[in-house]
Design a protein around this ligand. Structure first.
Ligand code: 3H9
Length: 689
């Protein structure tokens, strides 16, 4: 069926595309548009309108077609045809005009947006640049610096902003097609093809500024720099040559490793929130409570407040409760001060948060999230109280990052309503939400948690019960190798630098100092020693015992100048490392960045393969989503599992075997699933349990 319909509406030729869910510009849509433009030219109409049915204007090229043989007509051909159409063409934009969608609109003579619509060129987020004229036509329409901002950052702009910059000609309320028809009839329209406009003047300062921005804020990514090359071509060349240059860069990037990884990440995120066979209707979640007013509890409550969900913060200690409420107030005050919200929203948010100190005040809530001390007995006591106090059917969730959710559920009379909601710190900012499905968690509770994640603006991943679930279980291997490498001879700053250069936002030692070394220290006191390697944590333990707990005490693995968070190597720590190495009988050696990265990253991969085989993670792509959103793994590498696949599992296995030979099998015995996929063929990122 042709997804593009046409009709003549009182002298206006109307073209409506309908390709649910988001009107991606698939081959069928391009073909339909091409034919519709031909018909518009022959229709005798005064002008044409291109609109979309459903929830949005074109959301861009169909990403699933990338990497496959191209099918005619190409999008640039369609847009050239729109631009060459003898009658003026109006784009009627609702929802979002993104990527190729905005490029279609730029091929039109007028852009009409409804006030709720957005327009953007997010191609760089997929590791490519606009490939259908966006980098050539946009700088011919709006100021060069504004075009650069949209193209380099990939961030969409509102209709109001589009009107200000000249991207939109008209902004209207109501339904897009009706508004475009009214606009079409409001005056005499003319042909004004952007491709025929002269090149914009080059602005070397703006180019340098955006290159600097891309270098620091989009570190490691190729596409933003290449997008600037394309805009420079728009300034230096006429349209045909500029378009050819843009196309050349687009085709080069779309077949490259970064784009493959970023497209994979796009679909992995969407797959993570879908559970096959989950038919249950989600339960209503209109009032929530958070137990424990510490940093985590307050952050979780703030996430609810920001999402507009009334939330009660519970703590039996009045001082802790007051401090937690003050933390939440500081978060909304900060948003007001930074202009992210206005006065009205600020007071609305203030009204959503209350403090409570008695279990009996929690009767009416639909969901409780416990965020108390990480101790099984304490958690069980809290859940027993909650089970008595909170209405039947309400969900009881724990924010534990390690503990057995089945055991916690066992003290309640409603194990079907118990699950884990593992937020990452700071909870109102970090996007990842690990949802832990315990053995008896009901489908309705799981469905409710997935819906809640969406309302909170989080990216959910469902994990099953297992020590540390997905993220922290794997992280222990990463941290272990970093600790051992330091004893074996690499300095903390070398290790941090190697992993930073790999693309991690910070190295493991700087991260440990930021989080506080005492957190791991007190957790290890309660852990079964089979879960960690004491040789690797000896340094951390000694530092804590010396009172060096990280940034908060002004010294940890690094030293910090008063009031500064910049880590400085500390000779005292270097001497301590030497001493620990001597105690452990380790002869220190020079260790290169390659070994540092492989030891740390392949430890993640090997543990990830075990997590996957055990069913703690449902799929390899879920693991990658956890690492992208919870641990800052570089998105342009796809995630640890995808990264291993791209490197080649045979090579990964050989490297892991070499580590097993050098350091013993206890931590390095290859995961059986990894061995199987490497030998028989298969990909970790495509594996599901
Ligand atoms: C481009 O245009 C290149 C051109 O310059 C050059 C070409 C030559 N293609 O996100 P949702 C699917 S690059 C295929 O959950 P929302 C998505 O996978 C493109 N599929 O909805 C999901 O499928 P499923 C530039 C797509 O309401 C379903 O649609 N454009 C595409 O939360 C619903 O998606 C972009 O980068 C696509 N382009 O958000 C925009 N887009 O249900 C990418 C979505 O099976 N898209 N799907 O899981 C988005 O940012 C969001 O989807 C959007 C809607 C904001 C549109």
């Amino acid at each position: 069926m042709n997804p593009v319909a046409t009709r003549l509406d009182d002298g206006v030729f109307v073209i409506i595309a309908d390709n649910p869910p988001v009107n991606a510009l698939s081959q069928a849509v391009r073909d339909g548009l091409m034919r519709a433009i031909g018909a518009a030219a022959d229709s005798g109409a005064a002008c044409a309108v291109i609109a979309c049915a459903g929830r949005t204007f074109f959301s861009g090229a169909d990403i699933t077609e990338f990497g496959k043989p191209p099918k005619a007509p190409s999008l640039p051909e369609v847009i050239d045809a729109i631009e060459a159409c003898p009658i003026p063409v109006i784009a009627a934009i609702h929802g979002a005009a993104l990527g190729g969608g905005l490029e279609v609109a730029l091929g039109c003579d007028y852009r009409m947006m409804v006030s709720s619509a957005r327009a953007g060129l997010p191609e760089v987020t997929l590791g490519i640049i606009p490939g259908a004229g966006g980098t050539q036509r946009l700088p011919r329409l709006i100021a060069l610096s504004e075009a650069l901002e949209m193209i380099v950052t990939g961030k969409p702009v509102s209709a109001a902003r589009a009107l200000e910059t000249g991207l939109a000609d008209h902004v209207a309320e109501g339904e897009a097609l009706a508004a475009a028809l009214a606009f079409a009839r409001s005056g005499k329209l003319e042909k004004r093809p952007l491709g025929a406009r002269p090149s914009p003047a080059a602005d070397d300062k703006a180019f340098a500024a955006w290159r600097g921005h891309a270098e620091t804020r989009m570190r490691g990514q190729i596409a933003p720099q290449r997008a600037i090359d394309a805009v420079q071509a728009a300034c230096a060349l006429g349209t045909p040559d500029g378009l050819a240059k843009e196309r050349e860069i687009f085709l080069d990037l779309v077949t490259g490793a970064q784009s493959r990884a970023l497209r994979y990440a796009f679909f992995a995120e969407r797959a993570a929130s879908k559970i096959a066979g989950l038919a249950a209707e989600p339960l209503p979640l209109d009032r929530a409570a958070v137990i424990g007013a510490g940093t985590m509890g307050a952050g979780i409550a703030a996430a609810f407040m920001n999402a507009g969900i009334p939330v009660a913060l519970f703590d039996q200690n009045p001082e802790a409760l007051a401090a937690g409420l003050a933390r939440i107030a500081a978060i909304r005050d900060g948003d007001l001060a930074k202009g992210r919200i206005g006065e009205a929203e600020h007071s609305r948010r203030a009204g959503l948060v209350s403090g409570v100190s008695g279990y009996d005040e929690l009767k009416g809530v639909d969901l409780v999230i416990e965020a108390v001390f990480e101790d099984m007995d304490v958690k069980k006591a809290v859940f027993a109280e909650l089970d008595k106090a909170v209405k039947p059917g309400a969900i009881l969730a724990t924010n534990t990052s390690y503990l057995d959710v089945n055991e916690i559920a066992s003290v309640t009379g409603r194990p079907g309503s118990v699950l884990g909601l593992h937020f990452f710190s700071p909870a109102h900012i970090m996007r990842l939400l690990e949802i832990v499905q315990a053995d008896r968690t009901s489908d309705a509770a799981l469905a409710a948690a997935l819906t809640l994640a969406k309302r909170l603006g989080k990216t959910p991943v469902v994990a099953r019960v297992g020590h540390g679930f997905i993220g922290n279980r794997m992280l222990s291997g990463y941290g272990r190798e970093a600790g051992l490498l330091a004893i074996e001879g690499a300095s903390p700053q070398d290790i941090d630098a190697a992993l930073y250069d790999f693309g991690m936002p910070m190295g493991p030692f700087a991260m440990a100092d930021m989080a506080g070394l005492d957190i791991g220290y007190s957790m290890r006191r309660k852990l079964d020693p089979s879960h960690y390697e004491p040789r690797a944590t000896a340094l951390h333990d000694r530092l804590v015992e010396m009172g060096r707990k990280g940034q908060k005490t002004g010294a940890g693995i690094y030293a910090y100048a008063p009031g500064s968070r910049a880590p400085k190597p500390d000779p005292e720590v270097e001497a301590l490392i030497e001493q620990i190495a001597a105690e452990q009988g380790v002869k220190r050696r020079r260790i290169g960045a390659d070994e540092i990265v492989d030891r740390c990253i392949l430890a993640l991969v090997n543990e990830g393969a075990k997590v996957l085989a055990e069913g703690v993670a449902r799929s390899g792509s879920d693991i990658d989503v956890v690492y992208l959103h919870g641990y800052g793994f570089p998105r342009w590498r796809g995630g640890p599992m995808f990264h291993a696949d791209e490197r080649g599992l045979k090579e990964v296995l050989a490297r892991i075997e070499s580590f097993a030979a050098a350091h013993g099998p206890r931590w390095w015995a290859p995961a059986p699933l990894l061995t199987e996929l490497a030998t028989k063929g298969g990909r970790l990122s495509e594996y599901s349990s």
